[in-house]
Ligand binder design. Structure first.
Ligand SMILES: C[C@@](CO)(OP(=O)(O)O)[C@H](O)COP(=O)(O)OP(=O)(O)OC[C@H]1O[C@@H](n2ccc(N)nc2=O)[C@H](O)[C@@H]1O
Ligand SMILES: Nc1ncnc2c1ncn2[C@@H]1O[C@H](COP(=O)(O)OP(=O)(O)O)[C@@H](O)[C@H]1O
Length: 298
């Protein structure tokens, strides 16, 4: 018999919204979206180590985020409460993703924590149960829990797995943070894009895709507009989520390297490849099951 595992190191990858339409606003103020999520082979890393005293100890602290508000700690506590679990964990975070960048780093950290602790604490929750718990932490958590590129509807929780092209990207951070709520509260935001079917969204492919938040973010944040202008001159470029990051779709890795050499010192950029299987699930050796609700929606 093998001893139960007590440590685990796992990735928390970034996501891109390869397209994003806003189709309406719900009574509670949240916006209805249609979006294509894809993962990148670049992100944060989390190290977990089992404790038997119930404490959740996260290091290092993130600037501007109180430890109790950190989505990693909130995800761990949520699991403890939901399952009445008396175990704890030491968690170390190697943060690489910019915060408030539209790369979903916080949601990805939360999803990795849910999967890791479900495993270390031997709780036996299904991916669907973890995704449901995670949704209350952030709209993007379920796609990170399920771990496959997806067509998403609702506020991002109704997921259908898809296979997208997997190009190299350059992701450019214009050096400022965009507050998601400020974009969704903007009066001029496009909120009435007609619903389309998933098949239609996939049909046009990348050249046809757009992000309904992009115009509003560029109006409110001139630094994003400036970065978009610059990068668009080199390759087809789009905003991810509500920004601030932009991503350029490239023909190969060499083009990514040549763009990276030209990025000025005010901006931070990295190259990454799109992945349809999340690096988290690849690391866990997970067989990814279709997201719950797939049959009802398509
Ligand atoms: C729009 C996306 C696309 O991926 O943008 P990014 O955050 O990744 O840039 C996400 O769904 C964002 O998800 P997330 O960042 O978890 O948003 P939350 O923390 O739940 O919401 C922040 C605030 O944005 C507004 N909000 C968010 C999501 C949504 N579908 N409609 C909204 O109106 C709400 O005012 C909410 O209070
Ligand atoms: N572990 C975490 N990593 C990143 N951000 C976190 C974390 N915990 C809480 N947050 C908060 O969530 C906000 C959104 O973070 P993030 O998911 O990285 O950006 P976005 O939603 O724009 O993709 C941050 O600005 C920060 O205040």
């Amino acid at each position: 018999m093998t001893a139960p595992q007590t440590t685990l190191t796992l990735p928390a990858p970034a996501k891109l919204n390869r397209m994003l339409h806003i189709t309406g606003r719900r009574a509670d103020g949240y916006h209805e979206l249609q979006t294509l999520f894809q993962f990148l082979d670049h992100g944060d890393t989390l190290h977990f180590s089992l404790r038997d005293d119930g404490k959740i100890h996260l290091t290092p602290a993130l600037p501007e985020v109180a430890t109790e508000a950190n989505l990693i700690v909130r995800a761990a506590r949520m699991l403890q409460t939901d399952r009445g679990c008396r175990l704890g964990a030491d968690i170390r975070l190697d943060k690489r993703l910019p915060m408030g960048g539209g790369l979903g780093g916080g949601s990805s950290n939360a999803a990795t924590t849910l999967l890791a602790l479900n495993h270390l604490w031997q709780l036996g929750l299904s991916q669907a149960q973890l995704a449901e718990l995670g949704l209350s932490l952030g709209a993007d958590v379920p796609v990170f829990v399920h771990g496959h590129a997806a067509w998403a509807e609702g506020i991002g929780e109704r997921l259908t797995p898809v296979e997208l092209d997997t190009p190299w990207f350059v992701v450019l951070h214009p050096g400022i943070a965009v507050a998601t709520a400020s974009v969704f509260n903007a009066p001029q935001l496009t909120r009435d894009t007609p619903h389309i079917s998933m098949a239609r969204a996939l049909q046009g492919g990348a050249p046809a895709w757009r992000n309904d938040c992009q115009a509003t973010v560029c109006e409110r944040y001139p630094e994003v507009a400036k970065a978009l202008d610059w990068l668009s001159g080199l390759a087809p470029t789009m905003l991810t989520g509500t920004g601030a990051c932009l991503f350029a779709r490239l023909t190969d890795e060499r083009q990514a390297d040549s763009i990276l050499q030209r990025v000025g010192s005010d901006w931070h950029a990295f190259k990454a490849k799109g992945c349809n299987l999340s690096p988290l699930h690849a690391a866990l050796g997970c067989h990814v099951t279709p997201a719950k609700g797939q049959a009802e929606h398509h």
